[in-house]
Design a binder for this molecule. Structure first.
Ligand SMILES: C[S@@+](CC[C@H](N)C(=O)[O-])C[C@H]1O[C@@H](n2cnc3c(N)ncnc32)[C@H](O)[C@@H]1O
Length: 321
């Protein structure tokens, strides 16, 4: 192995010159108003503050936003600098008000944040939407601090545009091993199932998510993006809050996770990203998704808890799904 070569088990995305030439053809950049057919299932390269103005109004069912957090971070050529809460709130307003015009009346909205900026995000979201919940994702990986608690979680704010919104709870139930196998008076399992691989329960997901790891280099979905979200996390948002065929918009697409997951789950996507390299990574992942619809941690319609594995065919039979 030559120094600088990736380790043999490193499955992170790599692009060669041929990939770059082919994939750049599919990227879009608009300089005037466009119709849905022209932007649907496209990666748009550009500044979302400009590109959002050209997208068709009332065309989006689900808005998934993972914006730069209020932290200094290098996104390739462009660096996001930590700013005052007031300045960060103005930044949130700038893109959010453009998104609002693009939403269908029954749309749902998810916006990611972390503890420092979560207050600002909640405040601005409340000006436009009905806040339905705040999900906390325990992402485990985090930088240790000498005089503070290590930050190992993120918030995902869940909102709707009106009280009438779509939510499919059964699509996101979690298969969990049963630790306390209580039986009823007849000696039968209370609300769990006896499987060959162990006892399990299908539980309704709470707003505390502890079953999702950050992408790392031995995972196929991994890229060199500095703040890539796990496909499993985005899959939960999309399955719970959109029907097949729905339109998912992500104005800060990064390495393409939301678009890739939307495609794998039979939804449409529109993604905007300013960094040309990230756009190509997204395009490559979308190309790979033509043949590989797998999402790590989600199999055959089931989400599995960490270190839990069940035969999904038997599981289906057992619960009559
Ligand atoms: C937190 S990351 C999103 C990561 C993404 N969820 C993923 O899984 O890869 C935010 C992204 O927004 C991009 N970005 C920042 N400002 C932007 C702007 N004004 N327009 C479009 N993209 C922007 C950054 O380049 C970065 O890739």
């Amino acid at each position: 192995m030559v120094k600088g070569d990736p380790a043999p088990r490193n499955r992170s995305l790599r692009l060669d010159d041929a990939d770059r030439a082919r994939l750049s053809e599919g990227l879009r950049h608009f300089s005037q108003k466009t119709d849905l057919a022209s932007c649907l299932d496209r990666v748009i390269e550009g500044d979302c503050l400009e590109q959002l103005k050209y997208l068709p109004p009332q065309s989006v069912d689900l808005l998934v936003v993972d914006p730069p957090y209020n932290l200094s971070k290098n996104y390739g050529a462009r660096r996001f600098r930590q700013q005052s809460p007031a300045a960060y709130e103005a930044f949130l307003q700038d893109w959010l008000r453009l998104c609002v015009a693009l939403l269908k009346p029954n749309a749902s909205i998810y916006v990611c944040s972390e503890w420092r900026s979560s207050y600002s995000v909640q405040k601005i979201l409340a000006q436009y939407f009905i806040i339905q919940n705040r999900i906390t994702w325990e992402r485990e990986k985090g930088r240790a601090a000498k005089q503070n608690w290590k930050n190992a979680c993120e918030d995902i704010w869940f909102c709707s545009l009106s009280p009438d919104y779509y939510f499919d709870l059964t699509a996101v139930k979690l298969v969990r091993k049963v630790i306390a196998p209580y039986k009823n008076a007849a000696g039968l399992p209370k609300d769990w199932h006896i499987g060959e691989d162990g006892n399990f329960r299908l539980t309704a997901p709470s707003n505390l998510w502890t079953d999702i790891a950050v992408p790392f280099w031995s995972m196929q979905e991994n890229t060199d993006h500095p703040t890539q979200k796990p496909e499993k996390l985005i899959a939960k948002l999309i399955l719970a809050s959109s029907r097949p065929g729905a339109v998912v918009l992500d104005p800060f697409l990064g390495s393409g996770t939301s678009a890739v997951v939307a495609k794998k789950l039979g939804r449409h996507y529109i993604g905007i990203e300013q960094n040309p390299d990230y756009c190509l990574w997204a395009a490559k992942r979308l190309e790979l998704a033509d043949h590989d619809k797998a999402i790590q941690g989600y199999e055959d319609g089931f989400f599995f808890d960490r270190n839990t594995k069940f035969d999904t065919v038997k599981l289906r039979k057992m619960i009559g799904k």
